[in-house]
Design a protein around this ligand. Sequence first.
Ligand SMILES: [Zn+2]
Length: 418
Amino acid sequence: MHTVLLLLTFLAATVATPLHAQNVTAHRVQAHVEYLADDAREGRGVGSEGLDSAAAYIAREFARLGLTQPWSDGFFQRFEISPTATAALAHTGLAGASVKNVVGILPGRGKLAGQVIVVGAHYDHLGLGGMGSLDPDSTGVVHNGADDNGSGAAALIEIARLVRTRASGERRMIVFVAFTAEEIGVVGSTHYVRQPVRPNDSTAAMINLDMVGRLRDGKLLAFGTETALDWDHLLDSLNAEYEFDLHGSGDGWGRSDHQSFYAVGIPVLHLFTDTHEDYHRVTDDADKINTAGVARIARFAADLVWALATRAARLTYVSLPRPEPIAGGSQASLGTIPDMTESPGGVRLTGVRAGTPAETAGIQAGDIITRIGEHEVNDLYAMSRALAAYEPGDVVTVVVKRGNRMLEFEVTLGRRGG
Ligand SMILES: [Zn+2]
């Protein structure tokens, strides 16, 4: 049913050339996401056969595209999760698990060939839930992770396809990496920067695609624009053709694989279509992916990667301090879905989860949270810090801005994941 509908749309739109190209990419994205987020992949949890099948699928695509294998035995960077990795300690049973990044290379040419641009996307997800899932009682249920991060892995393959057909000239090497074990603490990217295919100081930039499957109203987030002086100008000039509602912001310390690269001195950028109510839930499925949106982002990212690979000068790296970890192990939660773009004077909500403390109290999508209890909330970081000061069950006053009004709600905080 789905495929037929898509095909009809596809046929109807083949007249205009750019749209045609975009639809071909969307069609491929759909196929990738449907494979990666199929129940048969078992949620791509670390240690599962489903994750291995996903790795094999990506390697097959890399081979088909004619990417170069970094190692004599192929595209896989195999390693075991160290028993001392914090991720493994927190996830009993995963220490010693055999995992692999999938790495394909488009060689450089001429004077720039010794430098590298890394394009990455993690391909693992939460498996059968439990740790990391936001659905209560979902342990044992397949978490397909179509958006997180079937969408990014699909985009990665399509970016490789788009870039490899570009006219040859002087260019940096482009290294495409599908990372494993991101969900348990960016394990795959941490391993990669310890054993990169070329030394880290030759890597000029890293682009991360994590959750790019829910493009709404053209809104695209680019985290990490503060990690190099040149990002804003570069993104704006490329976006003139795409007209995304593009929001660039932030340092390189996000909770995804780009952080591993920023930590070793590489300018980074994370493309993201924002959170949604299916995030880390069993409902993050393939039929909810905006495949045309992923295709548009892949084309934009391909232009970006090509610009990075061919520009004469390297980006000017900016070093920013890692934010203090939020103290305390509090699990207190409101049940809100924050808009990850910066909203002036608070945290705007894209939604409120059903049955959560926020919904029960009357907080709505579109509200801007400005205060939680004694704590002023200017941004997401302040909001996390404020919640960390309380425990589940505490009753706090939450102040929100709704339109021109300031409203107060008494909220009994719940438990994260509960
Ligand atoms: Zn995730």
